[in-house]
Design a protein around this ligand. Structure first.
Ligand code: HEC
Length: 382
């Protein structure tokens, strides 16, 4: 089987102008190689989900990626994968998981160049004699607290995902047992079983304040140095965990790590919420939902967390400044369903007093009925 495939491939590689000589070692002039460029792309953007015992089929080892090459190109060129909707050029995000143009080009050249490994040999010749390169594969890191050992680890109640069960959101209220007020400089979530946990959001029960949202590719919130959330004694935290489906019965026991801040002289983030809701008509064109708030006191935006009704196409978040200029903080397009995503600014974004902060979402409706559309945007700011 392998042998026949190898022959076919060599003929294609040599083209029709030369006799189809079967060489034992096919080399290409492609300079993009799996062990260098491709592994880096997978490590940075894919293996958080495409790994053994994670959400999606592994894309870590050479053979896995080469054999899925058509689907990989279709997904990355069609912007289906990785799930990240922010259009480059508007806002810079600490949890950006988009592929750069250069990364997309690397993937295309690698596939078109017959997917060389580090010595230029192609997949079907991996059994060739001769010195074999060390096996290089992308590797997820699921066993690390990225912010260091938490000051407090809060175990979340176990959840069972049974075969045939549909995707769902579990809402759990947890009591971290705070006997006195605490200031929190960071939060980190560690799923118990990465095969089923797709997303998680944490809020304060008493106030609804957003503390952070986990995605498989970015597991923590780290506030700027002089900023911390204040949790009064007795604070309870609401965890909303989105579970996917599973072929086997899975018990998830996730954990939330909290990191304390000394608390003196720190700024405290608060939420600004922009909401616009309504109905979208079937068959009609895209419907616009817009919401605007006036910023009375200058502030710094830390993160945007949009929640949508199904059918959203795009979201633009912008600031109209008192001098008339406009700054786009986020432009998200082809927003994937099922991946609630925060957009965490790489640096806090200063917004002057007298500005107007605006969110505009477009929804389409391809069902036969009028259905709800709209957006709820949480802006975490201090
Ligand atoms: C946040 C999680 C996540 C990340 C990050 C991610 N994927 Fe996926 N991907 C998925 C899930 C979930 C599926 C659906 C798998 C299934 O069929 O159950 C999928 C499906 C795919 C498919 C198969 C599509 C099909 O129809 O056969 C390809 C190819 C793919 N992803 C490539 C990639 C590549 C390449 C990257 C990185 C550049 C990436 N993905 C990053 C979660 C992710």
């Amino acid at each position: 089987m392998k042998r026949n495939l190898a022959l076919g491939l060599v003929i294609i590689a040599c083209g029709m102008t030369r006799p189809p000589v079967v060489r034992t070692h096919v080399t290409t002039t492609n300079t993009v190689i799996f062990d260098r460029e491709i592994v880096r792309i997978l490590d940075a953007h894919c293996v958080a989900c495409h790994a053994p015992a994670a959400l999606a089929p592994p894309l870590a080892a050479y053979e896995e990626v080469w054999l899925s090459r058509d689907a990989v190109l279709r997904e990355v060129l069609g912007h289906g994968m990785p799930p990240w909707a922010a259009v480059p050029g508007y806002g810079e995000f600490a949890n950006d998981n988009g592929l750069t143009l250069r990364e997309r080009q690397f993937l295309v050249s690698w596939v078109e160049g017959l997917g060389p490994r580090n010595d230029g040999a192609v997949f079907l010749n991996v059994r060739d004699a001769g010195p074999r390169p060390e096996v290089v594969a992308a590797e997820p890191d699921f066993d690390t607290w990225f912010l260091g050992e938490p000051d407090l680890i809060v175990p979340l109640p176990e959840a069972v995902v049974a075969p045939g069960q549909r995707e769902r959101i579990e809402r759990r209220v947890v009591d971290p047992g705070l006997e006195s007020e605490r200031w929190v400089r960071g939060l980190e979530f560690r799923p118990g079983d990465r095969r089923v946990v797709r997303a998680a959001t944490f809020t304060v029960e008493a106030t609804g304040q957003w503390l952070g949202s986990w995605t498989p590719w970015h597991g923590f919130v780290e506030l700027p140095q002089d900023v911390a959330y204040r949790l009064p004694a007795g604070t309870r935290i609401v965890a909303e965990i989105r579970y996917g489906t599973s072929d086997e019965r899975v018990i998830d026991a996730s954990r939330l790590g909290l990191f304390w801040h000394g608390g003196a002289g720190v700024a405290e983030p608060a939420d600004l919420v922009l909401e616009a809701h309504g109905l979208t008509a079937p068959g009609g064109g895209a419907v616009r939902f817009a919401s605007e708030v006036r910023i009375e006191e200058a502030l710094h935006a830390l993160a945007l967390f949009p929640e949508f009704e199904p059918g959203v196409e795009s979201l633009e978040v912008s600031v109209r400044k008192p001098d008339g200029g406009t700054e786009v903080l986020l432009f998200a397009q082809d927003i994937p369903e099922g991946w609630p995503t925060p957009y965490i600014f790489a640096e806090p974004v200063a917004i002057e007093s007298g500005s107007a902060l605006r969110a505009i979402a477009y929804h389409s409706n391809d069902t036969a009925r009028a259905r709800p559309g709209g957006v709820r945007l949480t802006v975490s700011a201090y």
